[in-house]
Design a protein around this ligand. Structure first.
Ligand code: NAD
Ligand code: ZN
Length: 358
């Protein structure tokens, strides 16, 4: 197993990465000042079938374990489910000393973290991510649910006590979900680490074949990047916004397609291509989008927007982005691989570029 430390103003914690990392759960629970009497595991129906027994069995018998199983998919990050989990936790008698465990992908991690952040003004939580994408979502403390008027609009910054990233869970991921995770891996390379980006280009076939060593290297690199960025800017006053590369359009597409209509990673991949092309218009020395298009084909990422969705609608969704200021869209743009920054982009420039993505 390897370990990455995340140090933020509010908390310092470890991310344990590798096959069997979830077996560290009892050890982690022992490090808490007061042993919890009740634990609530939040998961989804797919993950529950695969891994819930294993996690429950690992917890000491002296502790009462409850679980709440959500239907899988983005639609579950809802206020209704948030409310139902809170009610469940109250009915089962969870107290301030109880612990929430998020067992699943980013959907479970985001809603479970938000539940933990607000139940009795905040109780401890542990992330046990099960998707490749969740190497990103489980680290850094952004927790949220969606609102019909916008994605991740209700949430908090709330760090977990620990993240146990068990890489053996990746083996059961469907192909599309694996691809979605690779989008965030590529993002971490593009915004922060040119050497890593070059490495990815050369290793796609072995990554897609789930070569264990290389996959773990990717996950570690991604988590290290995230940890470094978040450590210097926990609540996104500045630098942290760079993690949003590809997300202004990505989130807008997720909303415009209907939640679940496009995976988070596919949306972000399309968004990164879009942001890269816009960057090239501003930075003449940047010549990357052609290469990305080839890379996108290899990964199987989309490079076109679904017909029937209007650029104007997408623009309106983009304006709801949390980086927007007084109705002006701000996007993360690239200067060179490994170096990005936040820029305001006029509406007409966005509309014109969107039109070229059909
Ligand atoms: P997800 O949680 O919906 O998981 C994808 C699918 O894979 C689900 O159907 C799930 O049941 C299934 N699954 C999970 N683990 C599995 C396994 N080991 N084997 C087989 N199937 C498995 O989606 P995701 O891609 O993990 O996360 C996307 C969400 O993460 C979005 O809501 C996005 O907004 C959020 N996100 C949050 C952050 C953050 O910083 N908080 C960062 C990135 C993304
Ligand atoms: Zn993301």
């Amino acid at each position: 197993l390897s370990e990455v430390k995340v140090k933020t103003e509010s908390k310092e914690y470890s991310v344990h990465i590798g096959p069997g990392a979830s077996e560290m759960l009892p050890e982690v629970l022992k490090t808490f000042n007061k042993a919890p009497k009740t634990i609530l595991i939040i998961t989804d129906d797919v993950v529950a079938k695969l891994y819930l027994d294993k996690i429950e069995a690992a917890i000491d018998q002296s502790c009462t374990v409850h679980h709440f199983i959500l239907p899988n998919g983005e639609g579950s990050k809802s206020f209704q489910n948030y409310y139902e989990i809170q009610s469940f936790a109250l009915e089962k008698g969870l107290d301030r000393n109880s612990v929430v465990i998020a067992l699943g992908g980013g959907v479970v991690g985001d809603i479970a973290g938000f539940v933990a952040s607000t139940f009795m003004r905040g109780i401890k939580f542990i992330q046990i991510p099960t998707t490749l994408l969740a190497h990103d979502s489980a680290v850094g403390g952004k927790v949220a649910i969606n609102h019909p008027l916008g994605k991740n609009m209700i949430g908090a910054f709330y760090q977990p006590e620990a993240v146990l990233y068990d890489t053996s869970f990746i083996s059961t991921l469907p192909e599309g979900e694996l691809r979605s995770g690779f989008a965030e891996v590529v993002k971490h390379a593009l915004i922060w680490d040119k050497g890593f980006y070059e490495w990815i280009k050369e290793n796609i076939p072995s990554l897609e074949a789930l070569d264990e060593e290389r996959l773990m290297y990717c996950i570690e690199k991604g988590i290290q990047t995230k940890a470094e960025v978040v450590s210097s800017d926990e609540t996104e006053q500045g630098l942290r916004a760079i993690l949003n590369y590809g997300h202004t359009l990505g989130h807008a597409l997720e909303a415009a397609y209907g939640y679940g209509g496009i995976s988070h990673g596919d949306g972000v991949a399309l968004g990164m291509l879009f942001a890269t092309e816009l960057s090239e218009e501003l930075v003449p020395s940047l010549d990357l989008s052609k290469e990305l298009r080839t890379l996108w084909k290899k990964f199987g990422f989309p490079s076109k927007i679904k017909p029937g969705i209007h650029p104007e609608d997408i623009l309106n969704w983009m304006k709801k982005d949390k980086k927007s200021k007084s109705g002006h869209i701000h996007m993360v743009l690239m200067q060179e691989v490994g170096k990005v920054l936040l820029e305001s982009v006029p509406d007409d420039v966005i509309i014109k570029k969107l039109a070229s993505f059909y």
